[in-house]
Structures are given as structure tokens and as C-alpha cells.
Design a binder for this molecule. Sequence first.
Ligand SMILES: *Cc1c(COP(=O)(O)O)cnc(C)c1O
Length: 423
Amino acid sequence: MEFETKCLHAGYTPGNGEPRVLPITQSTTYTYDSTEEIGKLFDLKESGYFYTRLANPTTGAVEEKLAALENGVGALCTASGQAATFYAILNILEAGDHFISSSYIYGGTYNLFAHTLRKMGIEVTFVDQNASLEELKQAAKSNTKAVFAETIANPALCVLDIEKFAQLAQALDVPFLIDNTFATPYYCRPIEFGADIVIHSTTKYLDGHAVQTGGVIIDGGKFNWNNGKFPQLSEPDDTYHGIVYTETFGAAAYITKARVQLMRDLGATPSPQNSFLLNLGIETLAVRMERHYQNAMAVAEFLTKQPAVKKIKYPGLKQDENYDLAQKYVPNGLCGVISFEIGAGKEEAAKWLDALQLVSLEVHVADIRTCALHPATSTHRQLTDEELTQAGISPGLVRLSCGIENVSDILADLQQAFEQLEG
Ligand SMILES: *Cc1c(COP(=O)(O)O)cnc(C)c1O
């Protein structure tokens, strides 16, 4: 099946007389005829549903679809993107381990890595993703167990040299985990470029309608966990009568362990209702992304002509510093998010945002409705102008997430807001 077809048909094939649309199995539990059958499920000797924290038919169908879209061997959906990133790391690292992460990452991921994981004894080193492979290797330690980055960074909108990071991970004999939220599997499938594990906040484009929070971990199934660095996967798990994940589950060892151990113990499971809503969103991913991209390109070009706009970050623009990387890794299109600076600073930017009528102010991106955010007066409002600059956020910075409206209506709204600045 081609990508667009998988968006509609992967993961759920109804039989004769069954519902055409993926049904919502809103049940925590499943009944069996014998204790023996239930025992086999608990011993992982047979696969089947027994409790929705671990697996559910609605969520399972979406997981199969997402694995198909990213060309992985399996997937695990979580209640949020944050939970997905946390589990993806915790599945293979423990106290005393270390990993390398790009510094251009989502703020929530930064807090998780720099503070919460550190408190648990897992150390991170942040690196400049534009450094050379040789420089990046210098961040490695004897206890380094993973490499992490984002395909298109939120909010920096930098495009990652995915193959360079894959080479770094290969040289260290550790897996490369990548957050592919902003590119979506429609525009980039990082496993094809050497990534091992793909993570998404499904809250963003995969849903697209801003109706559920969710996350997913997708296992590429290619990493060799039997290299002595990952005893959690290659040595017996006493909580399952000494099962060895790599022996019993082969290519799907990583994702099976994430489900049967981490989801069992930590429980950030999505509700079946939310999985149903996520599935509806994914069905139209391909057509939505094309419109997000077309609109964002038109808006980015429009912004380049505005005297009030100082700097624009959108890797689809020829003058963008990441244009070449975008041509290589996301050649067919990009996300709808653009960041730019309104030259005269914080008050001026706030005035422009307050003048918007169609475009709404929201703490969200990737919505089908165009929305905007001013970090200096919202997410980062406690910082002084000086501190903002140190954090790489200029006082006039605006993050604009282009939706799928008719672009002339978006442009007209931006235009009238610029006119009010002049007046
Ligand atoms: C939003 C986001 C997350 C966190 O996802 P939630 O669903 O909000 O928990 C992680 N990574 C990126 C790139 C994001 O944009």
C-alpha cells in the first residue's frame, strides 16, 4: 500500500458484516473461558487482550497503522508525547547511564532530560547538532547508551542531519532515537535514514484537530540489542519468569518490553476514545500536510516582504540556513509552523498578535486552524528581555502555526494586523 492508502486502511480490516469504521472498544477488560488461557496471556506465551492498560483493540489498530506509516516493526501508544519520550529512554537506560541529545529540542523534552531524568540518575549531554561527527563523538562516555534529536526542531525549526546522527549512534553502538513530530511520517520516515526508534507527540499533526493528547513510540526493529550494553533486553526478566526479550521477541524486543514492562508498571495508557479520535486524524494526514505546507510557504514568502519583520525561520525558504538539509530529508514538504521576529520588540509583537482576528492565540501548534503564540508574553513571560535573549528567544519572536484555511484569508488577517502596527 502507498502512504495515503495506509493512512486509511492499515491496522484495521473489517470482516464480513463488521463495522467499516474502526470501532471504539470502550472496555477495560476481556473475558476468557478458562484460567489456563488467562495464564498463558500473563506468561506472554500467547498474545491477546486482557486489560486495557496493556493493550486495547482500538489503540492496537492505531499502533499497527503508525508502525506501518513509519516502516517499523511495532508501536506503543501513550497518553501524551511526554510519556512516549520518557518511556523510550527508560526502556533501555537506568541509573548510572548516559545519553547524548541535541540541544535543539522541545522545551518539555528539555526539562524531562535536564531535570527529571537526572534526578533518576540518568545523565544527558546536550550537543550542538550542527557540530561535525568528530566533535559530536567527543560527547560520548563509556556509559553512553543512546542518541536523541528531533527531525525538525520545535520551536527552533532547524532540520537535523539525520544520517550524521545515525552515524554517531552507529559509531557508539547505541540506538538513535528521533522525535519526528513536526515532519510527520508523510514528509520524513527517519528509519529510512538510519534512525532506530521514532517518537511522536500525536497531539500535533497526526491528530491535527486539537482534540486529544497522545504519543507513540515506533520500533524500527533493526538495532542489535545483544551487544552487551542492554542487559534489560538481553538478560532474563524475573517479572516474567525469566523471559529474555531479544530471544522471545526478536526484532520486536524493544517495543514488546516497553509495553509489557513499562506500560504495565507506569500506566500512561491512552483511552480508547482518544485512540479513535487519533485514528480519524491520521486518515487525512496526507491531504492536511500538503495544505499546511502550501499555506506556510505562502505565508513565509509574504513575511519576507514585510518591513516590520526582521528574521524568518522556515526551512522551505531558499535563504534559510537549513534549506539544503530540508531538501535532503524533507524534500516534498514541511510542517506549517514558522517562527519570525517583529523587529521593534515585545510590545510591538504583542500589539500585532492582539490585532489578529481569524488567527487565534493558542498554546498549541499543528492545529488545522491557524494559531499563533508570543513566547515573551506567554510561555517565557517570567524572563527579562536579557534573559529571553540568552534563552535564544528574542522579545519580538512569534510562532505562527499555519492551518488549512484558504490562504487568502490567513494573509488578509496578517496584513490588516501589520497595517495596525503602522497606524
Ligand atoms: C508537543 C511536543 C512534545 C510533547 O508532546 P505532548 O503530547 O504535549 O506531551 C514532544 N515533542 C515535540 C516535538 C512536541 O512538539
